[in-house]
Design a protein around this ligand. Structure first.
Ligand SMILES: Nc1ncnc2c1ncn2[C@@H]1O[C@H](COP(=O)(O)OP(=O)(O)O)[C@@H](O)[C@H]1O
Ligand SMILES: [Mg+2]
Length: 414
């Protein structure tokens, strides 16, 4: 159902033929479009347009202004596709970190883009319905294990759904507590591998000298202390997904070995001779800027390109303010359910959580809700909100979803 007011896509490209072919497709799906041929025209259009949902920007044009335009406020909530003629992984990665969602090569795959825009039209109609219905203000939409009804989350859901259907390696980039691990779980659940294991390994939590044996396992007696055979994470994840958290903390020598294994999917256990094959999908996460980690010599460039077939940026909570109260309510509902209580949020408390900047993102919100829940007798009010910043450690137990468990089970474990 097309929305009533025109909803715009922008095409910024010097190639006239490209603009008119893409424009025709956009109109057929139900959007309106505007074209720009220079950086100046694009800036003017961005300053004036309302209801912008999608921008198709040529790489040349955004590179002309060193990607500065990608930070334009009108583009924050829009989907951005960078259109290029030649593969350029470094430019792709820089653009994706600035919010670009797609990196499309000419000639464009029109079928894929039609699908993408049609999904967007359907989601916008659903979003509008939700906004019209005030009673829904505190309840959030959910995709897999992730909750959120903000535009930034819808944008992420669309990408997650597309990427889940493939076997591509994904690199989740985002501040601590933004839901990287939950997104990894979601990709796994929505993929063909969902009935096989999801195994999580935190590279930053394992002493460097043990990383290799944790990853690939070891044979009995292979080093002092190896008193029995150990099956590593890579083998445990056979047929499923291996989530490598804090990939930038993996020791450099192991990064070399790991890259070799990713290319062949063959490895041997520490102290072992036998070649073992394991079909594993890799999802990695980092809370550092990966390009900075490469420059600092913490992450190998070749490994980065191998694991970041699909880099995905997780937005911080402060950039999706519309989700904060809904998430607070969601965590409170879980606590009420668990303890058989009916505590509620006062309007002042809601205002306070909405205005706070949440440096620890959803993890911090969850801990603060747990603390306020204990302190409040019936209604969570301003005095239950901590006035100094809490220490919110990244110490969540890994959410492991056993084979065959339902979404409800997964939520319960979490
Ligand atoms: N969108 C979300 N919806 C519901 N819970 C979330 C969401 N994002 C994060 N969480 C919760 O916040 C906590 C931190 O999430 P996690 O995935 O571990 O973040 P990260 O891996 O980025 O540090 C977890 O308890 C997780 O369940
Ligand atoms: Mg994490």
């Amino acid at each position: 159902m097309p929305p009533e007011a025109p909803v715009y896509c922008i095409i910024a490209d010097t190639d006239h033929q490209h603009c008119s072919a893409l424009g025709a497709l956009i109109e057929e799906v139900g959007f309106s479009y505007l074209t720009c041929k220079t950086t100046g025209e694009l800036t003017d259009t961005l300053n004036n347009v309302t209801n912008l949902e999608f921008a198709f920007l040529s790489l040349e044009l955004v590179q002309n202004d060193s990607f500065g335009l990608l930070k334009h406020p009108r583009l924050i909530d829009a989907d951005i596709a960078i259109i290029h003629t030649e593969d350029d992984p470094l430019a792709a990665s820089a653009a994706i970190q600035l919010g670009a969602t797609y990196f499309f090569c000419k000639p464009l795959n029109f079928e894929f883009i039609t699908d993408l825009l049609s999904d967007l039209i359907t989601e916008l109609a659903a979003l509008k319905e939700n906004q019209d219905d005030d009673s829904n203000a505190c309840s959030l939409d959910q995709f897999g294990l992730l909750r959120g009804s903000s535009k930034a989350m819808y944008k992420m859901y669309r990408t997650l759904r597309k990427v889940a259907a493939t076997d591509a390696s994904v690199l989740l980039i985002g501040e601590s507590g933004t839901g990287k691990e939950l997104a990894a779980q979601t990709i796994h659940q929505q993929s063909d591998r969902c009935n096989n294991p999801f195994v999580a390994m935190n590279c930053g939590a394992i002493p460097p000298e043990l990383v290799e044996s944790e990853l690939f396992g070891h044979e009995k007696g292979s080093f002092s202390g190896a008193d029995k055979k150990h099956i590593g994470y890579f083998e445990q994840a056979a047929g499923g997904t291996l989530f490598l958290d804090e990939i930038g903390e993996m020791p450099m020598d192991i990064q070399v070995k790991f890259l070799r294994v990713l290319e062949s999917r063959n490895f041997h256990r520490v102290g072992g001779e036998r070649n073992i094959h394991s079909d594993v999908r890799i999802i990695a996460a980092t809370n550092r800027d990966p390009l900075e980690a490469i420059n600092q010599g913490l992450l190998r460039k070749d490994l980065y390109f191998r694991i970041a077939q699909f880099p995905l940026y997780m937005p911080p909570l402060r950039d999706r303010c519309g989700d904060i109260v809904g998430l607070a309510q969601f965590f409170l509902n879980k606590l009420n359910e668990k303890n058989g209580t009916q505590k509620s949020l006062s309007d002042n408390y809601k205002n306070l959580v909405r205005e706070y900047s949440w440096p620890g993102n959803v993890r911090e919100l969850k801990s603060i809700m747990e603390r306020a829940y204990i302190l409040a007798s019936e209604v969570l009010d301003t005095e239950n909100f901590p006035n100094e910043q809490m220490d919110f450690e990244d110490n969540d137990d890994y959410l492991r979803v056993p084979v065959g468990s339902s979404l409800e089970d997964a939520e319960f474990i979490n």
